[in-house]
Design a protein around this ligand. Structure first.
Ligand code: ATP
Length: 212
């Protein structure tokens, strides 16, 4: 099917659905209702039904959705059959945490190499991921086209320029710096400090109403 037909908001929820359905499948569940899904992934059931209608998955009344069918669809759509190798740049506190984190558990992505400017950090870490000196970036990247950026803000743009020059496709930017890239490079920006601040602001100004 043509993925460009799926709205971006729906596409963003796919990994969430996928993770939950995968768990259900492991538990041997054959079907799931939109209510069950909704409770588990915290997306309202009308949205779930609309999302799923884009995949041609029409839940039957009193039956729900077929778990295997949905999983098969998500696997294909999310390219779960294909392993995506990722490079991590900046092995500080945050970068080290990512190296320890097992992305493979739910995703078919893997940090296969890391880079740092500090020669004391190069070598192979305890997770078996090689850490190269940043000077060797272009030489070592091989066919890796996705990078996680966990360097200090003041190094973010310079590293980004090198990645762009190299031919990177996507950057997950964890630095607070707003980096500039050409229009054919996708950047997703995750600023943990801002997310936390937003949460605190919402707690104060938009209190949640308890269910009856
Ligand atoms: P974090 O921000 O992840 O908590 P930290 O406080 O330990 O890390 P930072 O100063 O933010 O350290 O640096 C993160 C990592 O980025 C460090 O390991 C540092 O050596 C590395 N680093 C700094 N400049 C560069 C650069 N130009 N290229 C690659 N790595 C760099």
């Amino acid at each position: 099917m043509d993925n460009s037909k799926i709205p971006q908001a729906t596409a963003k929820r796919l990994p969430l659905y996928y993770r939950f359905l995968n768990n259900l499948n492991h538990q041997g569940k054959k079907r799931v209702s939109s209510k069950e899904l909704s409770d588990a992934v915290k997306v309202d059931s009308a949205t779930i039904r609309r999302d799923f209608s884009y995949f041609g998955a029409l839940g039957k009344k009193g039956y729900g959705y077929n778990v295997e069918y949905l999983l098969g669809f998500f696997r294909k759509t999310l390219d779960q059959d294909e392993l995506t190798n990722v490079a991590l740049i900046g092995v500080g506190n945050l970068g080290t945490a990512f190296l320890h984190y097992n992305f493979m558990k739910n995703n078919n992505t893997r940090i296969m190499m890391a880079f740092d400017a500090d020669p004391n950090k190069t070598g192979t870490n305890s997770d078996g991921v090689p850490i190269y000196h940043i000077d060797d970036l272009e030489e070592k990247m091989g066919d890796v086209r996705v990078a996680i950026l966990t360097v200090p803000s003041n190094a973010a743009q310079e590293i980004t320029n090198r990645l762009v020059e190299f031919g990177i496709d996507g950057i997950l930017n964890f630095t607070p710096a707003r980096i500039t890239v050409p229009s054919d490079v996708r950047v997703h920006h995750i600023d943990l400090a801002i997310e936390l601040q937003a949460l605190v602001y919402f707690l104060k100004h938009y209190p949640l109403i308890e269910d009856e």
